[in-house]
Design a binder for this molecule. Structure first.
Ligand code: 5GP
Length: 184
């Protein structure tokens, strides 16, 4: 028997990290993949908990040796999902959750067609724009770049099996758990 793989993805700025943080708190029993990244830890982050922090040489080695299920680069850092722990969890019949970007979700779909892809959507494009513009410290060009990217990312919604609207973080976390435990 093999378990179900659920992938949570969505446009940048939609709040995937917050939903997963709430999920860790509400459902510590859920098995969550720990990605590798080349970006430095932020204050409060612990190696092996939020991420495995590696240098670019180690990341490139993992890619070359086929150790990553999927990988992508953005904002000058690389991110990837270690393959072996996910395969082990699924082989044991358990469920697994990945929180990755849209490109990564596409790669998972290609290599694991049975994966359940969940798109985390903002309540509206205007709301996403408000979150991306944030404190207003960025140049108009940078803001335009972010909005253009967000518009492209929002169009990926149709490629997913389910859409979850991130109106309120805890509600979205509960809805995600419900999706993970419903046969699909
Ligand atoms: P952050 O650096 O803010 O933790 O994450 C930045 C982005 O990287 C988020 O959109 C997050 O979903 C994405 N990300 C985190 N881990 C992975 C991964 O293993 N693979 C891919 N493709 N994206 C990831």
């Amino acid at each position: 028997m093999t378990g179900t793989l659920t992938v949570l993805a969505g446009p940048s700025g939609v709040g995937k990290g917050s939903v997963v943080e709430a999920l860790r708190r509400l459902h510590p029993e859920i098995w969550l993949s720990v990605s590798v990244t080349t970006r430095p830890p932020r204050p409060g982050e612990t190696d092996g908990v939020e991420y495995h922090f590696v240098d670019q040489a180690e990341f490139d080695r993992m890619v070359a040796d086929g150790e990553l299920l999927e990988h992508d680069a953005h904002l000058s850092a690389s991110y990837g999902t270690p393959r072996e722990p996910v395969e082990r969890q699924l082989a044991a019949g358990g469920s697994a959750l990945l929180e990755i970007d849209i490109e990564g979700a596409r790669q998972v779909r290609a290599s694991m067609p049975d994966a359940h892809l969940v798109f985390l959507a903002p309540p509206s494009f205007d709301e996403l724009a408000r979150r991306l513009i944030g404190r207003g410290t960025e140049s108009p060009e940078r803001i335009r770049e972010r909005l253009d990217r967000a518009r492209i990312e929002m169009a990926a919604e149709d490629e997913f099996d389910a859409v979850l609207v991130n109106d309120e973080v805890e509600a979205a976390a509960h809805a995600l758990v419900a999706l993970m435990t419903t046969d699909s």
